[in-house]
Design a binder for this molecule. Structure first.
Ligand code: HEM
Ligand SMILES: *[C@@H]1O[C@H](CO)[C@@H](O)[C@H](O)[C@H]1NC(C)=O
Ligand SMILES: *[C@@H]1O[C@H](CO)[C@@H](O)[C@H](O)[C@H]1NC(C)=O
Length: 324
């Protein structure tokens, strides 16, 4: 009797602790986090992103992708922004990032403008989240309130970035679903976030096999893409093609039309519409721009919540490339 009642008390205490722990892990991010401490933050970031995107539209895509690659490796903590040092090799040369992610100079510009209005207040991780939101909106996509209050990591790890947490473009549908699941994101979140490939560019080396060897591809689309991507590896590896053939600098739902027409550029794009469990979602987003925009916003907020550093963890970097 005694032992059963004391064990049920124990179960209650453990459950309460779990509720408190789970509830607090992302509860500390708030949309008004810097309202008093840095009232000019949002307008400062927006104008810096606006001028970068005016100079080069692709930069909007590049900034959005930086936030994704930041969040998937040890959480949204600015780890991707750290340069290598003699004692630490960071994420920048990892397989998914090397010669691929870009926009670091623009992040530096945004950060220095933010430092000039509110020194040592705003994290680099939060700047990435705001810049991603502004990029989507400036290219014609939805706008949303960004949750803030992340702090910056004191570490970055090459091996963590290479461990497969960021799925490669050769992934099967199952692998994509599993990689997102591992980050607390559903198959639906994965499908809707893949809609980010409505903007930006990819390198020949990452779609060569698809345009020469795959059969679930529109023939004339494949031929066009082969034109800028020589069959022999080594030549033209870095030649770029738009992920969305129709409107590569406009954030819309044409990505899903492309998939239905077998015009996905990456293998990992076309597997989302290839007779599998996600076909119906692709059809519904291709028919419903509003549903895509709404679900994209929810999924971005969820992705931005991946294990942030809060409270006294981490730091507010002065320079996004290095520890204080
Ligand atoms: C579902 C799994 C995903 C895979 C396998 C994947 C893979 C890729 C690849 C291979 C590229 C081209 C990189 C290069 O050519 O160097 C790319 C570009 C891009 N990705 Fe993804 N991606 C995925 C999900 C996402 C997500 C969730 C987002 C953002 C929410 C995103 C945003 C972008 C953007 C905007 C670009 C173009 C970047 C630029 O032009 O600079 N991707 N992705
Ligand atoms: C990154 O790319 C450069 C070429 O720009 C190459 O020399 C280097 O070996 C690559 N690093 C890794 C870790 O693959
Ligand atoms: C096509 O597939 C074959 C067999 O797997 C492979 O040897 C070849 O390199 C591939 N070609 C391209 C252009 O990727």
């Amino acid at each position: 009797m005694v032992s059963s009642s004391s064990s049920s008390v124990l179960v209650m205490i453990v459950s309460l602790l779990l509720i408190v722990l789970i509830g607090s892990s992302s509860a500390q991010l708030r949309t008004d986090y810097y309202r008093k401490a840095c009232p000019k933050l949002l307008s400062t970031v927006r104008s810096a992103v606006k001028s970068a995107v005016a100079k080069e539209k692709r930069m909007g895509a590049s900034l959005l992708r930086l936030h994704f690659h930041d969040c998937f490796v040890q959480g949204c903590d600015g780890s991707i922004l750290l340069d290598d040092t003699s004692s630490m090799t960071g994420e920048k040369t990892a397989g998914p990032n090397n010669n691929s992610v870009r926009g670091f100079n623009v992040v530096d510009e945004i950060k220095s403008k933010v430092e000039s209005v509110c020194p040592s207040i705003v994290s680099c991780a939060d700047i990435l989240a705001i810049a991603a939101r502004d990029s989507v909106h400036l290219l014609g996509g939805p706008k949303w309130d960004v949750k803030l209050g992340r702090r910056d990591s004191r570490t970055a790890s090459l091996s963590a970035a290479n461990s497969g947490v960021i799925p490669p473009p050769t992934s099967t549908l199952n692998n994509l679903i599993n990689r997102f699941q591992a980050r607390g994101l559903s198959a639906k979140d994965m499908v809707v976030l893949s809609g980010a490939h409505t903007i930006g560019q990819a390198r020949c080396t990452l779609f060569r096999n698809r345009v020469y060897n795959e059969t679930n591809i529109d023939t004339s689309f494949a031929r066009t893409r082969q034109g800028n991507c020589p069959r022999m590896s080594g030549s033209g590896d870095n030649n770029l093609s738009p992920l969305d053939l129709k409107t590569p600098a406009h954030f819309d739902n044409t990505y899903y039309h492309n998939l239905i027409n077998k015009k996905g550029l990456l293998h990992s794009d076309q597997v989302l519409y290839n007779g599998g469990s996600t076909d119906s979602l692709i059809k519904s987003y291709s028919n419903n721009a509003k549903a895509f925009a709404d679900d994209f916003v929810s999924a971005m907020i969820k992705m931005g919540d991946i294990t942030p550093l809060t409270g006294s963890n981490g730091e507010i970097r002065k320079n996004c490339r290095m520890l204080n």
